[in-house]
Design a protein around this ligand. Structure first.
Ligand code: ZN
Length: 177
């Protein structure tokens, strides 16, 4: 069935794992809004939300701000996770879900493990840098002391189209990475 949680790249490779719910999809829509905001600032459009799994309360939000902050670590997930930890008053986020429009990179996947995120949901796969199934499966590595199986492909096509549109526009404008 091609439901709202389905579609997008990466589906299938993740097999019979956990599934996305309605709250995940709603949070992904918010993450897409944050990503569009980043694009408006000339940033590669990636957005992230951390919410409390049981209640659906938003604890942190973030968008990619590498250029704006001149910070190579200013990824959407990192900003959202730090905001959530500050809000909760604890570095452990076992009771939380991270929703991000693009598959997390190695840095962010490492942070997901370190922050003990309970659930991870992402939009489109990142074949060039993804560490949640594409290049690595960092968050599922049995050697690490925390594991979480990501849910892939939630509104994945919208997320991928947002990225494609951004790069298309940038090429047209003559900008480079
Ligand atoms: Zn990252």
């Amino acid at each position: 069935m091609k439901g709202e949680g389905g579609g997008g790249k990466g589906e299938g490779r993740f097999g019979m794992g956990p599934a996305a719910n309605e709250t995940d999809v709603a949070m992904m829509r918010r993450a897409l809004e944050l990503a569009r905001g980043a694009a408006a600032m000339g940033e590669i459009p990636v957005g992230a939300v951390v919410y409390e799994t049981a209640t659906g309360a938003v604890l942190g939000e973030g968008a990619n701000l590498r250029h704006t902050r001149k910070d190579p670590a200013a990824h959407a997930e990192l900003i959202a996770i730090r905001a959530a930890a500050a809000r909760v008053g604890d570095w452990r986020l076992n009771h939380c879900t991270l929703v991000v429009t693009l598959e997390p990179c190695a840095m962010c996947a490492g942070l997901i493990v370190n922050a003990r995120l309970g659930r991870v949901v992402f939009g489109c796969a990142d074949p060039k840098a993804g560490a949640c199934g594409s290049l690595y499966r960092l968050t599922e590595d049995a050697r690490l002391n925390h594991r979480v199986e990501p849910i892939a492909g939630v509104l994945g096509e919208e997320s991928a189209e947002l990225l494609r549109g951004f790069f298309r526009e940038r090429r047209r404008a003559g900008g480079g990475e």
